[in-house]
Design a protein around this ligand. Structure first.
Ligand code: ZN
Length: 138
């Protein structure tokens, strides 16, 4: 199984994800969200931060389809997509993940050739607490 490698700055992201919540580190002084997590606000240099919940809605800003050579754990799951999601609530925040057919679906469950830039997506959380993305049905 692929599981996240955490560091002290990013650990809260994974703790909330394990509870099925998508949260983004936000400056407690100027309210600017930032990603990846880090100690200092790049806008006002404050060290005060909090983790604000976001809706989990976004759109596909870009994507790639990785090709061999891949690390063994990934090669088993190819072909699969890797998408960059622009969050609706925080348009300057872009998260990297996979577009899948549902929570806990395998990486390759959504055909890479059907991924479209601009498509609306929302975050889902499987048993392993890893945020993934599904198409938003409107
Ligand atoms: Zn700030």
């Amino acid at each position: 199984m692929l599981s996240p490698v955490t560091d002290p700055d990013g650990a809260p992201f994974w703790q909330y994800a394990a509870q099925g919540e998508l949260r983004v580190q936000t400056c407690a002084d100027c309210a600017e969200p930032r990603f990846p997590p880090r100690p200092c606000c790049p806008h006002c240099q404050s060290f005060a931060s909090e983790w604000r919940p976001v809706s989990g809605q976004g759109r596909i800003w870009s994507y790639v389809v990785p090709h061999p050579p891949l690390l063994p754990d990934y090669a088993e799951q190819a072909p699969y997509n890797v998408i960059v999601v622009e969050l609706t609530d925080a348009p300057r925040i872009r998260l990297v993940g996979n577009l899948v057919t549902g929570p806990d679906a395998p990486l390759g469950s959504f055909a890479p050739e059907q991924v479209r830039i601009g498509a609306r997506v929302r975050a889902v959380f499987g048993d392993c607490g890893l945020p993934q993305w599904v198409l938003e049905r409107s």
